[in-house]
Ligand binder design. Structure first.
Ligand SMILES: [Zn+2]
Length: 88
């Protein structure tokens, strides 16, 4: 499914701030999120270097879990809020 931004329109990927689930450990670390129609998500780090030295598998699982339970993400272009388009 696509995400919808009021300013930028529809997009395939949104951003998720690592701070939302990782607090200070992932402050300023961003993840890309794709949401499938069945609600499952694919998540990968915007910049893999930022996970260097951390337990990547653990944090990616946390990111995926968070993304699947939440519906408000960040627009990669304008940094505004985006929601999955089935929410509208
Ligand atoms: Zn936008």
């Amino acid at each position: 499914m696509k995400f919808d931004c009021e300013k930028c329109g529809k997009m395939d990927e949104a951003l998720l701030n690592g701070y939302d689930f990782g607090e200070r450990t992932l402050e300023e670390v961003w993840f890309r999120v794709k949401k499938h129609d069945n609600g499952t998500c694919e998540v990968y780090p915007e910049d893999p270097k930022e996970l260097h030295g951390l337990d990547q598998k653990y944090w990616l699982a946390q990111a995926k879990d968070f993304a699947e339970k939440n519906d408000v993400f960040t627009c990669p272009s304008c940094k505004g809020q985006v929601v999955p388009d089935d929410m509208l």
